[in-house]
Ligand binder design. Sequence first.
Ligand code: TXA
Ligand code: MG
Length: 340
Amino acid sequence: METELLDAMAVERAAQLLREGGLVGIPTETVYGLGADGLNPAAVKRIFQVKGRPQDNPLILHIPSQDALEQYCREVPPRAYRLAEQFWPGPLTMILRRKELISDVVTAGLDTVGIRCPAHPVCLELLKRAGVPVAAPSGNTSGRPSPTTARAMLEDMAGKIDAVLDGGPCGVGVESTIIDLTVTPPRLLRPGGVTLEQLHAVIGDVAVDGAVSHIMEEWEQPRAPGMKYRHYAPKAPVTVVCGPAGSAAEYILAHAAPRDGILCFEEYAAFFSGRPFYSLGSEADYSEQARRLFESLRYFDATDVPAIWAQCPEATGLGLAVSNRLQKAAGFHIIEVTAC
Ligand code: TXA
Ligand code: MG
């Protein structure tokens, strides 16, 4: 199959492919998604095949506005409307009870569905024109970093899907925040573009799922099935060094082999000159770090570095999402250093 690369002007063509049961790489503000008509079980099944995704890992349904919530969800709590008012369109996925018309293929047989209204203008236009809710996981092959450009999307999916709609590089760079609103208190299943602090400010108490901070043990039941898989794993093993950035840099310099890859803050680039390194952006600029993170992991995947060492932002604001993705890439292999 030849994969068409469509520019933003060709959004109608992308909508047509979706309506016909095709698979289309779609831009969103977080990462590119691998989209299909969410009401067409045969099309949705193909998403799992081309991604190599386990069948028990449900997909997010993308809708063009808050008005579509009640079409697909039941018993929608007042909190969901408050969050939608505040953060939609935007990088927030809500887990809600689903209506029957959504296929088991989308929800992996769960009684709930993840639903989100994305903020990317090209994506919103596509959703409106397609006239169907679009089921889409991140557009990577399972186990690879999520794609944040059309080029990265093609790297994984060329020849396997009908088209990629190019909406430019993703502005957020990490996947949406996921909050489960079917439990009390609501539970953060994945940190993302909408921060925990922002959620607190709108709905008060929010619990944080264990999967955010550690690998789930066999006996633990993660509430987001996807969290039990070791995502974003680059070819080389990753060690994340947390703590004051200066001490982390010293630690890495002392322990990394000369050929190891270094993922560091811009301020420490000079420390690592002569070594393979990739700058995550400035130490305090979590937004830039989020935008660069997955590209950096793809960059090292294209090299033969035997190991990767990474500095890690603080777990506040968007820093929580960045540190979570880094730590997942490391299989939670984390070293804590203290001020030196
Ligand atoms: O930003 C994003 O959310 C991107 C873009 C394309 O929208 N999508 C994305 O999808 O990251 P995916 O499939 O890579 O991650 C969705 C996560 C998975 O961990 C999945 O297990 C969880 O959401 N999930 C989906 N439906 C769920 C449900 N009903 N209950 C609990 N977790 C759910
Ligand atoms: Mg994913």
